[in-house]
Design a protein around this ligand. Structure first.
Ligand code: KG4
Ligand code: ZN
Length: 347
């Protein structure tokens, strides 16, 4: 197979990548829009769409040049078709379709969640390869779900959040503690200096059957603790103890939920954690321990492949193209696109 161009524009990362037919990365680039959105404390959809429009065409040209290819050297185009923010999805999908149409290339509308799910199968990432079935814990600012990955297009959602995504909880608690946005990395650093036992925050869903999550009660508990110690700024020590207490609660919940997921799919020998929150050292360590206790291997792809990127989109495109699965140029981007709605490759 000739090289595949991948395009990602579903949220606040503008990304493009070129992979050869085997999945080797020839060139990749990610432009974060963090600076554009930071003043608003979160992603503003209209700003995101305009930023994708401004940067994506140049980024695509740049990765092709770095890969030493022109459009004629491509064998297909894969662009995220959903789920995500509709403006960005339209920008990326139309660019991908335009290139495919102009050069007569196959086009794949990639489900962003499937792209996260299949990342572990990139050549060389998991020793011995990531054979189906495996478990995926997808934890970021926008996603929080646990999925059984049985094959390309064959996914079962084992559970997900009932309210906030875990990264969203980190961001909201970060804001309460006076940290910038996104709050996750700063909160992890602050937590390292605090006493996790000082505040007894709740552990939502701990021990419950299944694999659902809930974080809004925990977030509210931190808000109440902050209010109790106000008004005025918290002392640095108090903020660190709250950060540590919050993170400890999240870690315990995540390990418990992962244990339940592993019990639900006894055949899975691999637990893949992806999404920005997978960068958290305490969470990774707790998941690794929970997995090891069940003879399961935890795989955390390098952070640049677990946060939003176009390598995973190109790779999902390759997996689909290998199975002869392509999409028509009439594909309409889908803001909501649950994994279960993907046509199974086996069907
Ligand atoms: O995957 P990602 O870059 O974008 C999406 O949300 O799709 O994930 C970003 C999220 C943010 O909520 C951020 O606060 C969180 O991941 N995050 C972390 C850490 N690094 C990033 N959360 C906890 N600990 C971290 N070290
Ligand atoms: Zn994502």
């Amino acid at each position: 197979m000739r090289p595949i161009l991948g395009i990602e524009s579903s949220c606040d990362e503008t990304a493009a990548a070129v992979l050869d037919g085997e999945g080797t990365i020839l060139a990749e680039a990610v432009l974060s829009q963090e600076r554009e959105h930071a003043p608003y404390g979160g992603v503003v959809p209209e700003i995101a769409a305009r930023a994708h429009l401004a940067h994506l065409p140049g980024l695509v040209r740049a990765v092709l040049a770095r890969a030493g290819l022109g459009f004629d050297g491509l064998g297909g185009v894969a662009a995220t078709g959903g789920p995500g923010l509709i403006g960005g999805l339209i920008v990326g999908s139309l660019l991908g379709k335009g290139i495919a149409l102009a050069r007569g290339l196959p086009y794949v509308a990639v489900n962003h969640l499937e792209a996260h799910a299949l990342t572990a199968r990139l050549p060389g990432l998991v020793e011995g390869g990531a054979a189906f079935p495996y478990l995926l814990l997808l934890v970021s600012g926008g996603h929080c779900q646990c999925v059984k990955v049985a094959g390309v297009g064959a996914y079962t959602r084992l559970g997900g959040t009932l309210d906030d995504a875990v990264g969203e909880a980190f961001d909201k608690v970060g804001k309460l503690l006076g940290l910038g946005w996104p709050g996750g990395p700063a909160l992890e650093r602050l937590a390292a200096q605090g006493d996790p036992a000082r505040f007894a925050f709740p552990r939502p869903m701990l021990g419950r059957p299944g694999c659902d999550f809930s974080f809004s009660g925990l977030k509210t508990a931190v808000a109440q603790a902050v209010a109790r110690h106000g008004p005025g700024a918290l002392s640095a020590a108090m903020a660190a103890d709250m950060a540590a207490g919050f993170q400890r609660a999240v870690v315990e919940v995540m390990a418990d939920r992962a244990a339940h997921a592993m019990a639900m799919v006894p055949g899975a020998k691999l637990l893949v954690v992806a999404g920005g929150v997978a960068a958290n050292g305490a969470i990774r360590a707790a998941l690794a321990a929970a997995a090891a206790a069940r003879g399961v291997r935890l795989v955390a792809p390098p952070v640049r492949l677990c946060t939003d990127n176009a390598v995973m989109v190109a790779w999902a495109g390759i997996e689909r193209l290998r199975l002869g699965l392509t999409d028509g140029l009439d594909f309409a981007p889908r803001p909501r696109w649950p994994l279960e709605e993907l046509a199974s490759a086996a069907a």
